[in-house]
Design a protein around this ligand. Sequence first.
Ligand SMILES: Nc1ncnc2c1ncn2[C@@H]1O[C@H](COP(=O)(O)OP(=O)(O)O)[C@@H](O)[C@H]1O
Ligand SMILES: [Mg+2]
Length: 260
Amino acid sequence: MATYAGRLSAPPAPDIARLAVRTTGLTRRFGDRTVLDRVDLTIEPGEFVALLGRSGSGKSTLLRALAELDHDVAGEGDIDVPENRSVVFQDSRLLPWARVLPNVVLGLSGGPGARQRGVAALAEVGLAGRERAWPTELSGGEQQRVALARSLVREPELLLADEPFGALDALTRIRMHGLLRELCERHRPAVLLVTHDVDEAVVLADRVLVLDEGRIVLDRPNNLPTPRAHRDPRFIEHREILLAALGVGITQDDEGNAEC
Ligand SMILES: Nc1ncnc2c1ncn2[C@@H]1O[C@H](COP(=O)(O)OP(=O)(O)O)[C@@H](O)[C@H]1O
Ligand SMILES: [Mg+2]
Protein backbone atom coordinates (compact mmCIF):
# COMPACT_ATOMS: atom_id res chain seq x y z
CA MET A 1 0.00 0.00 0.00
CA ALA A 2 1.68 3.19 -1.17
CA THR A 3 0.54 5.24 1.80
CA TYR A 4 2.40 3.04 4.25
CA ALA A 5 5.37 2.18 2.05
CA GLY A 6 7.80 3.06 4.84
CA ARG A 7 6.33 0.65 7.36
CA LEU A 8 7.16 -3.01 7.71
CA SER A 9 3.48 -3.85 8.05
CA ALA A 10 0.19 -1.98 7.92
CA PRO A 11 -0.40 0.15 11.05
CA PRO A 12 -3.29 -0.65 13.37
CA ALA A 13 -6.52 1.03 12.33
CA PRO A 14 -6.75 4.43 14.06
CA ASP A 15 -9.64 5.23 16.38
CA ILE A 16 -11.40 7.71 14.10
CA ALA A 17 -13.34 9.43 16.89
CA ARG A 18 -10.18 10.58 18.65
CA LEU A 19 -8.03 11.59 15.70
CA ALA A 20 -6.69 15.14 15.52
CA VAL A 21 -6.70 15.18 11.72
CA ARG A 22 -8.43 13.06 9.16
CA THR A 23 -8.60 13.66 5.45
CA THR A 24 -10.30 11.34 3.03
CA GLY A 25 -9.82 11.62 -0.70
CA LEU A 26 -8.45 15.15 -0.37
CA THR A 27 -7.95 16.54 -3.87
CA ARG A 28 -6.90 20.04 -4.88
CA ARG A 29 -6.46 21.40 -8.40
CA PHE A 30 -5.06 24.56 -9.93
CA GLY A 31 -6.39 24.73 -13.48
CA ASP A 32 -5.54 21.40 -15.14
CA ARG A 33 -2.97 20.51 -12.55
CA THR A 34 -3.96 18.14 -9.73
CA VAL A 35 -1.70 19.13 -6.86
CA LEU A 36 -3.25 16.86 -4.22
CA ASP A 37 -4.62 13.58 -5.50
CA ARG A 38 -6.99 11.77 -3.11
CA VAL A 39 -4.81 12.18 -0.03
CA ASP A 40 -5.87 10.12 3.00
CA LEU A 41 -4.10 11.37 6.10
CA THR A 42 -4.61 10.81 9.80
CA ILE A 43 -2.77 12.43 12.69
CA GLU A 44 -3.22 11.27 16.27
CA PRO A 45 -3.68 13.74 19.14
CA GLY A 46 -0.26 14.86 20.34
CA GLU A 47 1.53 13.31 17.36
CA PHE A 48 4.29 15.34 15.68
CA VAL A 49 4.26 14.74 11.92
CA ALA A 50 6.70 16.29 9.45
CA LEU A 51 5.75 16.67 5.80
CA LEU A 52 8.58 16.66 3.27
CA GLY A 53 8.38 17.09 -0.47
CA ARG A 54 10.10 18.80 -3.31
CA SER A 55 9.37 22.44 -3.99
CA GLY A 56 5.98 22.64 -5.69
CA SER A 57 4.91 19.18 -4.51
CA GLY A 58 1.83 20.55 -2.75
CA LYS A 59 2.97 20.77 0.89
CA SER A 60 1.59 24.27 1.45
CA THR A 61 -1.56 23.38 -0.46
CA LEU A 62 -2.14 20.51 1.97
CA LEU A 63 -1.40 22.65 5.00
CA ARG A 64 -3.71 25.41 3.79
CA ALA A 65 -6.46 22.86 3.23
CA LEU A 66 -6.08 21.62 6.82
CA ALA A 67 -6.12 25.22 8.03
CA GLU A 68 -9.28 25.72 5.96
CA LEU A 69 -7.64 28.71 4.31
CA ASP A 70 -8.29 27.51 0.77
CA HIS A 71 -11.95 28.12 0.05
CA ASP A 72 -11.00 29.59 -3.33
CA VAL A 73 -9.21 26.41 -4.47
CA ALA A 74 -10.94 23.74 -6.57
CA GLY A 75 -11.15 20.21 -5.25
CA GLU A 76 -13.00 17.70 -3.16
CA GLY A 77 -12.59 15.34 -0.23
CA ASP A 78 -13.40 15.35 3.47
CA ILE A 79 -11.40 17.11 6.14
CA ASP A 80 -11.83 16.69 9.88
CA VAL A 81 -9.72 19.08 11.93
CA PRO A 82 -10.27 20.59 15.38
CA GLU A 83 -11.75 24.07 15.67
CA ASN A 84 -8.93 25.02 17.96
CA ARG A 85 -5.94 25.09 15.64
CA SER A 86 -3.09 27.49 15.00
CA VAL A 87 -0.98 28.21 11.94
CA VAL A 88 2.63 29.42 11.83
CA PHE A 89 4.23 30.55 8.59
CA GLN A 90 7.80 31.22 7.47
CA ASP A 91 7.17 34.91 7.97
CA SER A 92 6.01 35.67 11.53
CA ARG A 93 3.10 37.82 10.25
CA LEU A 94 3.20 40.05 13.31
CA LEU A 95 1.25 43.29 13.10
CA PRO A 96 3.95 45.97 12.85
CA TRP A 97 1.83 48.63 14.53
CA ALA A 98 1.18 46.54 17.64
CA ARG A 99 3.66 45.75 20.39
CA VAL A 100 4.69 42.18 21.13
CA LEU A 101 2.16 41.33 23.85
CA PRO A 102 -0.90 42.60 21.93
CA ASN A 103 0.36 40.58 18.96
CA VAL A 104 0.43 37.45 21.10
CA VAL A 105 -3.05 37.87 22.59
CA LEU A 106 -4.70 39.33 19.49
CA GLY A 107 -8.19 37.93 19.11
CA LEU A 108 -7.85 35.83 22.26
CA SER A 109 -11.00 35.63 24.29
CA GLY A 110 -10.61 35.19 28.02
CA GLY A 111 -10.77 38.70 29.48
CA PRO A 112 -8.09 39.81 31.93
CA GLY A 113 -6.67 36.29 32.03
CA ALA A 114 -5.62 36.67 28.40
CA ARG A 115 -2.90 39.17 29.24
CA GLN A 116 -1.42 36.87 31.88
CA ARG A 117 -1.50 33.95 29.48
CA GLY A 118 0.27 36.08 26.89
CA VAL A 119 2.98 37.07 29.36
CA ALA A 120 3.42 33.41 30.34
CA ALA A 121 3.61 32.33 26.70
CA LEU A 122 6.31 34.93 26.01
CA ALA A 123 8.29 33.66 28.98
CA GLU A 124 7.98 30.12 27.62
CA VAL A 125 9.58 31.13 24.33
CA GLY A 126 12.37 32.99 26.13
CA LEU A 127 11.04 36.51 25.61
CA ALA A 128 10.10 37.52 29.16
CA GLY A 129 10.40 41.29 29.50
CA ARG A 130 9.91 41.98 25.76
CA GLU A 131 6.14 42.47 26.01
CA ARG A 132 6.33 46.15 25.06
CA ALA A 133 8.86 45.79 22.25
CA TRP A 134 7.81 46.54 18.68
CA PRO A 135 8.12 43.64 16.21
CA THR A 136 10.72 45.59 14.20
CA GLU A 137 12.96 45.70 17.28
CA LEU A 138 13.21 41.91 17.28
CA SER A 139 15.50 39.62 15.27
CA GLY A 140 13.99 37.14 12.82
CA GLY A 141 14.38 34.34 15.35
CA GLU A 142 12.72 36.40 18.07
CA GLN A 143 9.84 37.25 15.75
CA GLN A 144 9.29 33.55 15.13
CA ARG A 145 9.36 32.99 18.89
CA VAL A 146 6.55 35.53 19.19
CA ALA A 147 4.67 33.72 16.42
CA LEU A 148 5.06 30.45 18.36
CA ALA A 149 3.87 32.13 21.56
CA ARG A 150 0.86 33.53 19.68
CA SER A 151 0.03 30.02 18.43
CA LEU A 152 0.51 28.20 21.69
CA VAL A 153 -1.28 30.70 23.92
CA ARG A 154 -4.45 29.34 22.37
CA GLU A 155 -3.55 25.81 23.54
CA PRO A 156 -4.35 24.46 20.06
CA GLU A 157 -5.21 20.84 19.51
CA LEU A 158 -3.53 21.16 16.12
CA LEU A 159 -0.49 23.23 15.20
CA LEU A 160 0.09 23.69 11.48
CA ALA A 161 3.52 25.08 10.64
CA ASP A 162 4.66 25.88 7.10
CA GLU A 163 8.48 26.05 6.96
CA PRO A 164 8.49 28.15 10.15
CA PHE A 165 12.28 28.19 10.38
CA GLY A 166 12.99 28.47 6.66
CA ALA A 167 14.16 32.07 6.82
CA LEU A 168 16.38 31.68 9.88
CA ASP A 169 20.13 31.19 9.98
CA ALA A 170 21.41 27.70 10.81
CA LEU A 171 22.26 28.34 14.46
CA THR A 172 18.97 30.07 15.21
CA ARG A 173 17.17 27.24 13.48
CA ILE A 174 18.83 24.64 15.73
CA ARG A 175 17.80 26.63 18.81
CA MET A 176 14.26 26.87 17.49
CA HIS A 177 14.16 23.09 16.99
CA GLY A 178 14.92 22.61 20.68
CA LEU A 179 12.32 25.18 21.65
CA LEU A 180 9.59 23.74 19.43
CA ARG A 181 10.23 20.21 20.66
CA GLU A 182 10.11 21.39 24.29
CA LEU A 183 6.91 23.40 23.76
CA CYS A 184 5.23 20.49 21.99
CA GLU A 185 6.21 18.05 24.73
CA ARG A 186 4.65 20.40 27.27
CA HIS A 187 1.46 21.37 25.40
CA ARG A 188 1.03 18.22 23.31
CA PRO A 189 -0.77 19.63 20.26
CA ALA A 190 -0.90 17.43 17.19
CA VAL A 191 1.61 19.00 14.79
CA LEU A 192 1.98 19.06 11.03
CA LEU A 193 5.34 20.65 10.24
CA VAL A 194 6.00 21.36 6.57
CA THR A 195 9.69 21.48 5.83
CA HIS A 196 12.13 20.93 2.98
CA ASP A 197 14.88 20.10 5.48
CA VAL A 198 15.26 16.35 5.92
CA ASP A 199 17.32 16.68 9.09
CA GLU A 200 14.75 19.01 10.65
CA ALA A 201 12.10 16.35 10.02
CA VAL A 202 14.20 13.57 11.58
CA VAL A 203 15.20 15.71 14.57
CA LEU A 204 11.66 16.75 15.41
CA ALA A 205 9.00 14.39 14.17
CA ASP A 206 7.42 11.18 15.46
CA ARG A 207 6.47 10.38 11.89
CA VAL A 208 7.65 11.70 8.53
CA LEU A 209 5.60 11.87 5.36
CA VAL A 210 6.88 12.46 1.85
CA LEU A 211 4.53 14.05 -0.67
CA ASP A 212 5.16 13.48 -4.37
CA GLU A 213 2.95 13.85 -7.43
CA GLY A 214 0.01 14.68 -5.17
CA ARG A 215 0.26 11.50 -3.10
CA ILE A 216 1.89 10.54 0.19
CA VAL A 217 4.55 8.16 -1.07
CA LEU A 218 6.25 7.48 2.25
CA ASP A 219 4.84 7.38 5.77
CA ARG A 220 7.62 6.51 8.16
CA PRO A 221 7.51 6.38 11.95
CA ASN A 222 10.50 7.82 13.78
CA ASN A 223 11.02 6.32 17.21
CA LEU A 224 14.59 7.52 17.77
CA PRO A 225 15.15 8.61 21.36
CA THR A 226 15.57 12.36 21.90
CA PRO A 227 17.76 14.33 21.70
CA ARG A 228 18.58 12.90 18.29
CA ALA A 229 22.18 12.85 17.19
CA HIS A 230 22.88 13.40 13.50
CA ARG A 231 25.69 10.88 13.60
CA ASP A 232 23.53 8.10 15.07
CA PRO A 233 23.44 5.33 12.43
CA ARG A 234 19.64 5.16 12.81
CA PHE A 235 19.42 8.89 12.07
CA ILE A 236 21.54 8.39 8.97
CA GLU A 237 19.34 5.50 7.87
CA HIS A 238 16.20 7.65 8.25
CA ARG A 239 17.82 10.42 6.26
CA GLU A 240 18.86 8.09 3.44
CA ILE A 241 15.40 6.55 3.13
CA LEU A 242 13.77 9.99 3.09
CA LEU A 243 16.20 11.34 0.53
CA ALA A 244 15.60 8.32 -1.67
CA ALA A 245 11.84 8.91 -1.44
CA LEU A 246 12.47 12.52 -2.43
CA GLY A 247 14.39 11.30 -5.44
CA VAL A 248 17.64 13.00 -4.51
CA GLY A 249 21.07 11.54 -4.04
CA ILE A 250 22.66 12.13 -0.69
CA THR A 251 24.33 15.50 -0.51
CA GLN A 252 25.91 16.12 2.84
CA ASP A 253 27.91 19.09 3.89
CA ASP A 254 30.79 18.90 6.36
CA GLU A 255 28.39 19.07 9.27
CA GLY A 256 26.53 16.01 8.06
CA ASN A 257 23.44 18.06 7.21
CA ALA A 258 21.39 16.97 4.27
CA GLU A 259 18.74 18.93 2.41
CA CYS A 260 16.57 18.29 -0.55
N1 LIG B 1 -2.95 29.99 -5.86
C1 LIG B 1 -2.36 29.20 -6.78
N2 LIG B 1 -2.66 29.32 -8.09
C2 LIG B 1 -2.11 28.52 -9.03
N3 LIG B 1 -1.20 27.58 -8.76
C3 LIG B 1 -0.84 27.40 -7.47
C4 LIG B 1 -1.40 28.21 -6.42
N4 LIG B 1 -0.86 27.82 -5.25
C5 LIG B 1 -0.01 26.83 -5.54
N5 LIG B 1 0.01 26.57 -6.87
C6 LIG B 1 0.80 25.56 -7.56
O1 LIG B 1 0.59 24.31 -6.92
C7 LIG B 1 1.78 23.59 -6.81
C8 LIG B 1 2.01 23.25 -5.36
O2 LIG B 1 2.26 24.46 -4.65
P1 LIG B 1 2.62 24.45 -3.10
O3 LIG B 1 1.57 23.69 -2.37
O4 LIG B 1 2.84 25.86 -2.72
O5 LIG B 1 3.99 23.61 -3.09
P2 LIG B 1 5.09 23.46 -1.96
O6 LIG B 1 4.59 24.11 -0.71
O7 LIG B 1 5.28 21.98 -1.81
O8 LIG B 1 6.34 24.09 -2.50
C9 LIG B 1 2.86 24.45 -7.43
O9 LIG B 1 3.06 24.04 -8.75
C10 LIG B 1 2.29 25.83 -7.38
O10 LIG B 1 2.79 26.61 -8.43
MG1 LIG C 1 5.31 25.72 0.41
